[in-house]
Design a binder for this molecule. Structure first.
Ligand code: SF4
Length: 169
């Protein structure tokens, strides 16, 4: 590969893009049917005590400018189409973080007449953060996992955790 080769320039551009993305993740938050417990923990993660912005993560109000979609709650029948539309409006490459046991498995709402299922039954998920609700430290850990995987050039192949053990019987 010579210094003027198009492949070399493409590699340089890709590296600059990845560097920029890693240092400036813009996230959009979608509540697909949560009880608001997980949403409050996400807010705590953004506020000065936990301050996820120090990692370059910024909450943004539009999917059209977002890299990451953070979803909380089971997917209700009412929210399903909106979740798909929000995901489709995001530019590529895009990543999905599923926060809370309900978003992973339906949680305590599983089987309710108005619940359609988990997030990964509707859109692809890159990171799962279990808990009811997960603490801000767990949310930050999940975001760091995503950043590490992006640094390696690809999102990890997410494995859906077994959250059944966390649920009340
Ligand atoms: S995981 Fe817990 S806190 Fe989060 S939406 Fe479900 S019930 Fe609420």
């Amino acid at each position: 590969m010579t210094a003027n080769s198009p492949q070399l320039w493409q590699q340089v551009i890709d590296k600059v893009r990845t560097w920029a993305r890693l240092n400036s993740i813009w996230a959009v938050h979608f509540n697909s049917g949560s009880c608001n417990g997980c949403d409050i923990e996400i807010l705590a993660t953004l506020t000065p005590r936990y301050d996820v912005e120090r990692l370059g993560v910024k909450l943004y109000g539009s999917p059209r400018h977002a890299d990451v979609l953070i979803v909380t709650g089971p997917v209700t029948r009412q929210a399903r189409e909106r979740l798909i539309r929000t995901y489709e409006q995001m530019p590529e490459p895009k990543f999905v973080v599923s926060v809370g046991s309900c978003s992973i498995s339906g949680g305590v709402f599983d089987g309710c007449y108005n619940v359609g299922g988990s997030v990964d039954e509707v859109i692809p998920v890159d990171v799962y953060i279990p808990g009811c609700p997960p603490r801000p430290e767990a949310i930050i850990d999940g975001i760091i996992q995503l950043l590490k995987d992006l640094q390696g050039g690809k999102p990890r192949s997410a494995v859906r955790p077994n959250v059944a053990a966390e649920l009340p019987s």
